[in-house]
Design a protein around this ligand. Structure first.
Ligand code: SAH
Length: 263
């Protein structure tokens, strides 16, 4: 049955995960409990939903595909702690639902936009996501590693991210082209660095990693007038590459730059 659905709508990222042992493991690492409101993005045929319902107080399951939505409605008929929503998860008003956790096997084509959207929500407690291995590794990466990127810093500014385990492609039906990983991201109460101007901080990070092979003095040319002189003055070695700089370094650069701009 899933083969027909996925053939008709390959663009919806439909790769179903129906292995009970793995689904249980995902719910276990998500640490949800009977007080939690859980949002599932892309509920598919509801195998993960079913386990979430047993563990959480309430589940909001969002599924864009009307065919799957109908299957879910029939499967969970009469379940009082389930709210089923037939909508694009990128358009759902998350800020209006109070404190919640996300547990989801994310459709891969919306991985980044949905993570960016969720990261910024103050009412999010945590998210446990099954996503492409490469993206998970970038989200959790530490400085001076290949995977360390703008995404790592943005994610770690808002959350504490940890890869819990990997899932081979063959566990999905149909198998995706990439391996997957389950990552848990706990939203921080307070960011690990103090940043005066968040917009500038993110702009610097994006610009730095936009040209990650260049020295930091070169990759910041579009933002700072004389980047080399500025970096030397504030005590940052201008020949470093962006991946050699920590989140603290980027916060420092952005705050020092702010001081000048405000003068
Ligand atoms: N959770 C299920 C399905 C995962 S596949 C399982 O683990 O088996 C991803 C699911 O997300 C598919 O059912 C797909 O139809 C749905 N989906 C794709 N794009 C979506 C979107 N923008 N909003 C909500 N659901 C979406």
């Amino acid at each position: 049955m899933h083969k027909t659905i996925s053939k008709k709508k390959p663009k919806l990222g439909q790769h179903f995960l129906r292995n009970a042992e793995i689904l249980e493991k995902i719910v276990k690492v998500s640490e949800i409990n009977s007080n939690d409101k859980v949002v599932e993005i892309g509920a598919g045929m509801g195998d993960l939903t079913e386990i979430l319902l047993k563990n959480a107080k309430e589940v909001i399951a969002i599924e864009i595909d009307p065919v799957l939505y109908k299957i879910l409605k029939e499967r969970f008929y009469g379940k009082e702690n389930l709210v089923l929503i037939n909508e694009n998860a990128l358009k759902f008003p998350y800020e209006e639902i109070g404190q919640f956790k996300v547990v989801a096997n994310i459709p891969y084509y919306i991985t980044k936009p949905i993570i960016f959207k969720l990261l910024k929500l103050k009412n999010l407690i945590s998210m446990t996501l099954t996503i492409q291995k490469e993206v998970a590794e970038r989200l959790a990466a530490k400085p001076s590693t290949k995977a360390y990127s703008a995404l790592s810093i943005i994610a770690q500014y808002y959350t504490q991210a940890e890869i819990k385990f990997y899932i081979p492609a063959s566990f999905f039906n149909p198998p995706p082209e990439v391996e997957s990983a389950v990552i848990k991201m706990d939203r921080r109460d307070k960011s690990p660095v103090e940043v005066i101007d968040e917009k500038l901080f993110f702009k610097i990070i994006k610009s730095a990693f936009g040209q990650r092979r260049k020295m930091i003095s070169n990759s910041l040319k579009s933002i700072i007038d004389e980047p080399k002189e500025f970096l030397i003055k504030i005590g940052i070695n201008p020949i470093k590459r962006p991946e050699e700089l920590s989140i603290e370094d980027f916060a420092f650069i952005s705050n020092e730059l702010c001081k000048i701009c405000k003068k």
